[in-house]
Ligand binder design. Structure first.
Ligand SMILES: *Cc1c(COP(=O)(O)O)cnc(C)c1O
Length: 430
């Protein structure tokens, strides 16, 4: 497998375990993850780079922040890239040591950065005024990474490009002089340079181009320990779709990096922060067909899930391949697959799918990344369960939410009014 093109577009089993049986056993909607594929992709990624380079892979856990997945990748050797202090805490709780966690927040207050420093994780700072406060507070005592925006526009989807000139991410390469002044002023120890220019970068050349901007900047920083090239690798969403050729990328990038290290004068560590690449294709969302509805214009398939469980089609116009597990040999017809949320809620428009009947189980593919991660309780719907298949064994790693889970943080009006009875209010103001 491992390569990008041998992806199976007609799934029925994961490591010999039938998806239909999983749907039956655990109920639907259900997220299923193929642990073997995640491990394989991690190993394939690492093996694509020159062995002489000290490589570190930090799993961008925002893509799939489930504890068991973070732990699985950590067992393989991966660290974690966190974009919020909560993700840092999730990773620490999972047992990932602070030294393997990098924290790359955007638009957070200084207290959150301080908390990261207290936990002992490496913080990538992406704003000049925060950097100034960092220098003012820590001087040269605590090292940090700097997130640079090289303004190389990458990725096909404008929703997920973050490297353009009016992006909110990173410190602009055009502000380098200002950046250097702050660093010198406070004696800040810059131990890493970071970039992350967006998702769905298909062309390795674009990546190398952006990296070379970082390599040029690196000459101004003598204390570097790592170069963090972020992520954004594209995965295929449909048969014959293009994907980043990780093997070729690893070779080209390794060569460019080794040459850079030679110029720089010593070997640095090379970090990446893949999210989607590691988990997207390993995830399946299984849903049940509730209605098949012929209208004057379309043939709709309604399912027992919606954008509350997988928002990418509605949010990014993302394509997710859909397969009918219950009737794989059925004659394909053209359907629009829609969810149960009470507003426009479409998983797929005008899509050929093997004939669908009410009660069939559909498999929505590429659901590992930004699936459950971006789920919500909209319409008071509960989040699905998650199953991780490892060594042929399906493990329930997140139980389905209950009504109690929705209610637990809340108080009814009667309850709060009772607590603030006239007597108590009187005492309070007295
Ligand atoms: C989102 C994000 C990633 C992961 O991006 P993918 O496209 O899922 O691989 C990595 N680094 C940072 C800083 C991010 O914000």
């Amino acid at each position: 497998m491992t390569g990008n093109n041998q992806h199976v577009w007609q799934p029925s089993h994961v490591q010999g375990v039938s998806l239909l049986e999983l749907a039956e056993k655990f109920g639907t909607p259900l997220y299923v993850y193929d642990g073997a594929q995640i491990v394989e992709r991690y190993n394939y990624f690492v093996a694509s780079f020159d062995r002489r380079i000290p490589l570190a892979v930090k799993f961008a856990c925002k893509a799939l922040p489930s504890l068991a997945i973070i732990e699985l990748l950590h067992r393989c050797g991966a660290g974690v890239d966190a974009v919020s202090i909560e993700e840092v805490e999730l990773a620490l709780r999972t047992g990932v040591p602070a030294k393997d966690i990098c924290f790359t927040p955007n638009c957070v207050n200084f207290e959150e950065i301080q908390k990261g420093v207290e936990y002992g994780v490496i913080v990538n700072i992406d704003d000049l005024s925060l950097l100034e406060r960092f220098g003012h507070t820590y001087g040269s005592r605590v090292g940090c990474g700097i997130r640079i925006n090289p303004h190389i526009v990458a990725g096909g989807n404008p929703h997920i490009q973050v490297g353009h000139i009016d992006s909110k991410f990173g410190i602009s390469i055009l502000q380098l002089r200002h950046l250097l002044r702050i660093v010198q002023n406070y004696g800040i120890r810059v131990v890493g340079l970071h970039m992350h220019t967006g998702s769905d970068i298909y062309d390795p050349e674009v990546f190398v181009q952006a990296a070379s901007v970082l390599f040029d900047v690196a000459e101004h920083f003598p204390d570097l320990e790592f170069i963090d090239l972020g992520s954004g690798f594209k995965v295929p969403y449909k048969p014959d779709d293009v994907a980043t050729d990780i093997r070729a990328f690893g070779q080209t990038m390794s060569q460019a990096f080794l040459e850079f290290c030679e110029r720089y004068g010593r070997m640095l560590a090379l970090w990446f922060e893949p999210g989607k690449y590691l988990v997207s294709q390993a995830g399946y969302l299984l849903v049940e067909v509730t209605v098949v509805k012929q209208t004057v214009s379309s043939l709709f398939v309604g399912v027992n899930s919606g954008f509350n469980h997988l928002i990418r089609p509605m949010f990014y116009d993302a394509y997710h391949h859909i397969v009918n597990l219950s009737n794989p040999q059925g004659k394909p017809r053209i359907y629009s697959v829609v969810g149960y949320i009470c507003e426009t809620d479409t998983f797929a428009w005008d899509r050929p799918i093997a004939e669908v009947r009410e009660g069939d189980i559909l498999c929505i593919m590429n659901a590992g990344a930004y699936g459950i991660a971006m789920s919500s309780n909209y319409n008071a719907r509960r989040r699905p369960a998650e199953v991780l298949v490892l060594d042929g064994i399906p493990y329930l790693i997140r139980r389905r939410e209950t009504l109690e889970d929705l209610i637990a943080p809340q108080r009814t009006l009667s309850e709060v009014m009772q607590q603030h009875s006239p007597l108590r209010t009187h005492e309070h103001f007295g």
